[in-house]
Design a protein around this ligand. Structure first.
Ligand SMILES: *Cc1c(COP(=O)(O)O)cnc(C)c1O
Length: 376
């Protein structure tokens, strides 16, 4: 059996090696390392794929979030509502810009931000909502956009984990996750669903003015060459990464189907097990399974993970510490117990290997070992 990994980038690369190597070699031959044709091609292709007017490539997903907030001219003290159950980057940029993160709890089934909790968190200082499409499934965007419209708030979608996912509205229409709010952000970190071979990210919007402003922000706040009207940042997607992404974007839907097939296999093996909840499928969004995350019940999670590790099955906890309990983010407004769903999830979830290269033999080995541990 092939060695198990959370993400098997090497096996995936070997299948597309010819095209990837060719794309990278072309960039090197042209020496157009920054803003070369590969970047422009990728920007156009991603705009087309997402059905969005503007894609602004940048250096990583964290920058995408930061640039969005800078372009919206949010001011210190402005409140930004986000989920307590996410990767730290979401709250990090809010804190870096001296905005006030306002955390809210999540839905226990989908792990995504709870619209009812958003409603309760709104104050006169609220300026924006940052829903995170966690583990590959969109947050309840229709309700979130209704709340935002009613209170005149910006919505920045953290789509770092759900690129390619479709969101279905009540009227039957659909949009790609990340293109519903005012701004969407994504990451091309190697292990993400659309990953490059280093760091990369992008911002999406249908708003011409916001797009213009974000292009200024990512380029040192420069409006005319060497005239800086704003304090900006330097955040670019380099041409070599764009060359990799040009190959992989064409395969993104095929990759999502492979992830879904692995998730279906896990679902079947663990269906209605008394000690596990399989990931809930939210009816309004397709799931692209950035992670396959289970909730354990009446089980020693630590012992389970140790057992799996002894069988050379990697398993990870996303995320072991809720944002309000992270040392750097301790805040007198919050205390343990404030976000019961998040706190319960951080103590009970675990994620199994999830990628495009899992085969039947590996999946059978993983599921039978998990069941061996739970049934003994
Ligand atoms: C990966 C990730 C980010 C940050 O992306 P980087 O490219 O690593 O900066 C932000 N938010 C979420 C939810 C992520 O999963």
């Amino acid at each position: 059996m092939k060695k198990l990994q959370m993400v098997d980038l090497r096996s995936q690369y070997l299948k597309i090696k010819t095209e990837i190597d060719k794309g990278i070699q072309e960039v090197i031959d042209s020496c157009a390392f920054i803003n070369g044709p590969a970047v422009q091609n990728f920007q156009k292709s991603l705009e087309q794929y997402l059905g969005v007017k503007h894609v602004i490539p940048c250096a990583n997903g964290t920058d995408a979030l930061q640039v969005s907030m800078m372009a919206l001219s949010l001011k210190p003290g402005d409140e930004v509502i986000t989920t307590s159950f996410t990767f730290i980057a979401t709250a990090e940029v809010i804190a870096l810009l001296k905005l006030t993160p306002v955390l809210v709890d999540v839905d226990p089934g989908t792990f995504n931000i709870d619209p009812e909790a958003i409603r309760r968190a709104i104050t006169p200082k609220t300026r924006a909502i940052v829903p995170v499409h966690l583990f590959g499934q969109a947050a309840p965007m229709e309700e979130i956009m209704e709340i935002a419209e009613k209170h005149n708030l910006f919505v920045i979608e953290d789509n770092c984990q759900a690129i390619g996912s479709d969101y279905f509205f009540t009227d039957g229409t659909s949009k790609k996750a990340g293109t519903i709010g005012h701004i969407g952000c994504t990451s091309f970190f190697p292990s993400k669903n659309l990953g490059c071979y280093g760091d990369g990210g992008a911002i999406f919007t249908n708003d011409d003015e916001l797009a213009k402003q974000m292009r200024v922000v990512v380029n040192h706040g420069m409006t005319v060459r060497y005239y800086h009207d704003y304090v900006g940042v330097n955040s670019r997607l380099d041409s070599i990464q764009a060359a990799v992404l040009n190959v992989k974007l064409a395969l993104l839907d095929e990759y999502a189907a492979k992830r879904r097939a692995a998730a279906d296999f896990y679902d079947k093996a663990f269906a209605s097990h008394p000690k596990l909840n399989t990931p809930e499928r939210y009816a309004k969004s397709t799931h692209v399974f950035h992670q396959y995350t289970l909730v354990t019940k009446n089980t020693d999670r630590k012992a389970l993970i140790e057992f799996l590790t002894s069988k050379e099955i990697p398993a990870m906890i996303y995320y072991p510490v809720p944002l309000h309990m992270q040392k750097a983010y301790l805040d007198s407004r919050y205390k343990p117990g404030d976000f019961p769903v998040t706190e319960q999830l951080s103590e009970t979830v675990f994620s199994l290997p999830m990628h495009t290269e899992l085969d039947q033999e590996q999946l059978t080995y993983i599921t039978s070992n998990v069941l061996d541990f739970l049934n003994r």
